[in-house]
Design a protein. Sequence first.
Length: 241
Amino acid sequence: MKNLLILTASIGALSAAAPAFGADFAAQPITIKAPPLLVAAPINDWTGYYIGINGGWGSSHNCWDFNGVTPEGCHNSTGGTVGGQIGYRWQIFKTVYGIEGQGNWADFSGSNVSTAFPGTTVSTRTDAFGLLTGHIGYALDAVLLYAKGGAAVTSNIYHINSVATGAEVARNNDVRWGGALGAGIEVSLTPSWSAGVEYDHLLMQGSNVTFPTAVGADRVHQDVDLITARLNYKFSPVFAK
């Protein structure tokens, strides 16, 4: 009986205290933390000095005219190329301006049987080329689309060989200048590294090639197509300044 009275009294006390406890609990302010502010990802900046390597494929289209008058035919000299580039870019809003120098070793070789002298073959080998170009592009944050144009130079070796024996009849070489037009796309991989693909067309001046051991000379016309993959390293802004 005593225990029943104690239990009854306890339940009554708890019942009386509950409204007050609930009121006190409801009166407590509720603190809600604001979500953290989202930080925008940094915008890629293409400004700065850069240096890189490139490699790919090229084709030199060569047409020979004996003494500049009589056609001897045309051939494509194709092969691989590898080289390097160095340049500087300025980004103003989304427009990117730049200047670049490029130098490449090449192995573009090809030949054809002379249509004027069927007993001989004429061949052209381009063993090096260089470009000095200005660039203008449009930046889509980490992607850069650009066009380029400027000067080009090629180093070439010319051969005349016997069809019957393959023996060399005459040989000479030259360095010629021309123009370059191109376009490419480059993607920023990290703040310093980027990779891309580029196409270039070189329009070279015709060259008069004289062969000391042969009678007469040839007028050789040339244009070149290049496709290269590129990998660039951009120096830090501290270095760029």
